[in-house]
Design a protein. Sequence first.
Length: 261
Amino acid sequence: MTPLLSALQAATTVEPLPEDTAGAVGNAVAALPPTATGDGGLDLLQLMLHASLPVQLVMVLLLFASIASWVIIFRKKKVLDRADRESEQFEERFWSGADLTKLYAGASQRNRDVGGMESIFEAGFREFSRERRVADSRLQLEGAQRGMRVAVARELDGLEHNLEFLANVGSISPYVGLFGTVWGIMISFQGLANVQEATIATVAPGISEALIATAMGLFAAIPAVWAYNRFATKVERIAVRYDAFSEEFSSILERQHTHQN
């Protein structure tokens, strides 16, 4: 048993590393990038702070674009929801058999903010009433239709406001981030010119910092594209709703004028 135990102890004995080898390992550990955490993750803030100046400018630009996009997204959602809600409320009053003159009096009150479908009704009825002195009913109806077209265009222009910004952020941000990445990679490889032996530990920090720009570009672009598509579709549905109401109201005015004559 004694020879067997001696053999096992000899096999499990760990020889100390030579001094030059231990020093090399220590230098390799010290050379690890400061952005790497102990669990293998990445410290994004350190990556951004250690990036080159052009890459940092790209990151700041993308950050502002993302913040502005989210502000527009929340505001635009509020505006479009209000337009839908006001249209439903006015259509309930309009098709409930209420007198058109009373509806117009309520819409044309002073210090009252009128918008959406009620604004279209107010513009059409105002032009129709203004042209009552005209003997030609066709000119009277055309005046009302012209007033409603102008009101529809004005309302849709307000609903589409800032949608162009979302489209630009969604289409340009990935390319801006890619520019920052390419620039950062060029800086990293240019720094290898003064290094005698290039290793992955030498190149990895610079490449990681550069790739953050692409990630930020996608982070800014994806919500902007999604919001633009959603809001553009919703504005189109509201436009169809406004046009349908204008046509129906024109028919009502035409029948009313014919009945009066």
